[in-house]
Write a protein that binds this ligand. Structure first.
Ligand SMILES: *Cc1c(COP(=O)(O)O)cnc(C)c1O
Length: 352
């Protein structure tokens, strides 16, 4: 992508914005008496330094992430979940009521919701029946007001990887920002795009600690991009968007890379076992190939099976209203025990 000028994509008010300067911004060094932030000098009921505002740029957590991801800390952004990253992208690049973004359903629902909240038109280009990108169709609906293109690989709710060549083609030809959501990359055989940031100045890779790292409750969403793009994210985000306990617990969790890798291996193994077991039920018509921690299955009657399972207190996700997902349920890979409970319940499904 030559002649890429990020400033031409950014909303004028954001380019001109003078960001809020917090006390922690204006003085971030070591000192013994901090009387600059109206914190409570008498402390809190909690043992640690929760009476202090957290590091606005989460440098310690970024250092730890940098070692694991092989990306310099200045190319990492941490959001209050991926939700914040998605919303920031809209607010930085898209003029309400004027610009548009491109989505490829069936995919993650938040992209469209965030568009609705920000009053941005979402142009939807359906995937092919095997859940791959319609590259030509995407390039056809793009115009000079198309600011963002959301790609999700492995995709949710379908579970498959998108073809890498298609994504590269779009990175090279789409004149806006391409966000590649890699929430499930740790379960995938596909290589991450995080090493391609220097290759593509319009690339934002999203990841999260909510899935393979098991930290959904801490709300730690990640974005990897050029320093230029991330300087915009940092300018627009709330000053203390990642709270202190999330930063501290995130750092602690990242010390356990080996045990996390072990649960990833177990999850993938359980996925293969569940996939195999599901093929034996006549009311399951298709199990889509998955590189994630869930399976999308096509059933004879998704609503009926969903209600049957929920009556047994087993909750799966009914995705049958999504385009191309008629009669499909999305099943998260559980523990070995949970998967057995699911399979036992399915054996008693009367409509087999
Ligand atoms: C689960 C998921 C996320 C994670 O969102 P967080 O806000 O970081 O928890 C992001 N993208 C997709 C496609 C997901 O399925």
């Amino acid at each position: 992508m030559s002649n890429f000028n990020i400033d031409e994509l950014v909303r004028e008010n954001i380019l001109k914005l003078e960001p809020y300067s917090s006390a922690r911004n204006e003085y971030s060094g070591e000192a013994s008496v901090f009387l600059d932030a109206n914190e409570n000098s008498y402390g809190s009921p909690l043992p640690e330094s929760y009476h202090r505002y957290p590091d606005p740029l989460q440098w310690q957590l970024k250092q730890a992430l940098s070692k694991i991801k092989g990306v310099p800390p200045q190319n990492i952004f941490i959001g209050n979940g991926s939700d914040e990253v998605i919303d920031l992208a809209y607010r930085i690049f898209c003029r309400p009521g004027v610009d548009n973004v491109i989505l490829c359903p069936p995919t993650y629902g938040m992209y469209k919701v965030a568009g609705g909240i920000n009053d941005i038109e979402t142009r939807e280009v359906l995937m092919t029946p095997d859940f791959q990108l319609n590259v030509e169709g995407i390039l056809e609906v793009v115009d000079e007001r198309s600011k963002l293109l959301f790609l999700c690989s492995p995709n949710n709710p379908t579970g498959n990887n998108l073809n890498r060549l298609d994504m590269e083609m779009l990175l090279n030809n789409f004149q806006g920002i391409v966000l590649i959501d890699e929430a499930y990359i740790n379960y995938s055989r596909q290589k991450s795009f995080v090493q391609e940031l220097t290759e593509y100045p319009n690339l934002v890779v999203m990841q999260t600690l909510s899935k393979a790292w098991g930290l959904a409750g801490l709300r730690l969403g990640l974005a990897f991009a050029s320093e230029k793009i991330l300087s915009l994210f940092n300018k627009v985000k709330p000053p203390y968007n990642v709270n202190l306990s999330s930063q501290q617990l995130g750092i602690k969790a990242l010390e356990s890379l080996e045990s996390v890798n072990q649960t990833i291996r177990v999850t993938v193994e359980q996925r293969m076992l569940l996939q195999e077991a599901l093929t034996h039920f006549p009311f399951i018509e298709k199990i889509y190939p998955s590189d994630a921690n869930f399976l999308l299955v096509k059933t004879k009657d998704a609503d009926d099976l969903y209600h049957f399972l929920s009556a047994k207190r087993i909750i799966v996700r009914n995705r049958s209203k999504e385009p191309l997902c008629q009669n499909c349920l999305r099943i998260t890979i559980g523990t070995e025990k949970e998967n057995e409970i699911l399979l036992d319940a399915l054996k008693n499904y009367p409509h087999g």
